[in-house]
Design a protein around this ligand. Structure first.
Ligand code: IMP
Ligand code: MG
Length: 304
């Protein structure tokens, strides 16, 4: 017997305020997803499993969650063995009737391993390392970087730009952006000294480009523009080398703190006036390997 059309909710709840959870563990799972910026919908669909001879639906299954970014349904299991067995049976039936549907039965303790699919990896480690709030999840970053790459590809069509990355914070962004830019392009890197409390030093180029940029279409790639002092200095150094064009692409724009006004041609995200880490950005050389962008707990930032 064939399955009937699915029962689909037009506006499934997708926030903890709107959802009326049947179990505490579901609410907890939703909280974990929110913390890491993973989008979810609560019980968005009912899959008919069995119909009586007169066509009435006599058995159905409504998975607890749907994660649109993974195209994955999640059913949270209870610990009552009788119910688990019945759920396994229903799940097998669902897979027979709807083979294209991806669904996972998840024990509470399996949350973290699921999240590793998003590149969230060591969630516990990240927490203990002092993350306060995830501002942009790995999947949000991926989507945005994809868009930026497409836009750059259109804007530079027919050209062969040189991406100039400012180390070290730009490493993740540069690696992803260039793979989403469908153009013949070259890359190069620079290291600029940053203010480290030593008032005698001025901002300077610690490691210069290896490419000659004269006549090239140069796109400076930055991790974050904060006061704008670093970028301002850098642009003035590059301008005198006569590039054909000189534009700026930054992953993050901390506009609230700008002292030097600079035209930014491409911006990934605007961030509030808070110190952020992850996806290449550091706090005292740590946290660069977090796959998301996050703020830190105040006690971490105060440590000397
Ligand atoms: P600016 O010269 O004030 O614009 O500072 C830019 C540089 O400071 C960036 O390239 C980063 O290396 C660093 N920076 C500024 N804000 C942050 C942040 O929130 N997290 C990590 N690094 C930052
Ligand atoms: Mg930097």
């Amino acid at each position: 017997m064939n399955a009937r059309p699915l029962v689909v909710k037009a506006h499934p709840p997708s926030s903890i305020e709107d959802a009326r959870f049947a179990h505490e563990s579901e609410e907890e799972f939703a909280g974990v997803l929110d913390f890491y910026g993973v989008r979810w919908q609560y019980e968005p669909r009912t899959f008919p499993l069995k119909h009586a001879d007169d066509g009435r639906m006599i058995e159905a299954f409504s998975p607890d969650f749907y994660l649109p970014d993974l195209d994955l349904y999640i059913e949270i299991t209870t610990l009552k063995q009788g119910l688990v067995t019945d759920k396994h049976r229903k799940l097998r039936r669902l897979q027979e009737l709807y083979p294209e549907v991806q669904i996972k039965l998840l024990h509470k303790k399996d949350y973290l391993s699921l999240l590793s699919k998003y590149g969230i990896g060591g969630v516990r480690e990240a927490e203990s390392m002092g993350v306060r709030e995830v501002l942009f999840s790995a999947s949000q970053i991926e989507r945005r970087v994809n868009e930026l790459g497409a836009q750059i590809g259109r804007d530079y069509a027919g050209k062969e730009p040189l991406f100039v990355g400012v180390l070290k914070g730009v490493t993740c962004f540069m690696a992803d952006l260039m793979r989403h830019t469908a153009l013949p392009l070259s890359i190069d890197f620079m290291t600029i000294s940053s203010y480290d409390g030593d008032r005698s030093g001025a901002v300077r180029i610690v490691q210069d480009l290896t490419e000659n940029i004269s006549g090239r279409d140069v796109l400076v790639i930055e991790d974050v523009i904060d006061t704008g002092m670093t970028l301002n200095h850098l642009l003035r150094q590059l301008e005198v080398r006569s590039p054909a064009t000189l534009r700026v692409c930054t992953l993050l724009d901390k506009r609230a703190r700008r002292l030097v006004e600079l035209p930014l041609d491409y911006v990934g995200f605007e961030v509030p006036d808070e110190f952020v880490v992850g996806y290449g950005l550091d706090y005292r050389q740590r946290f660069r390997n977090l796959p998301f962008i996050a703020t830190l707990r105040p006690d971490v930032l105060q440590q000397t």
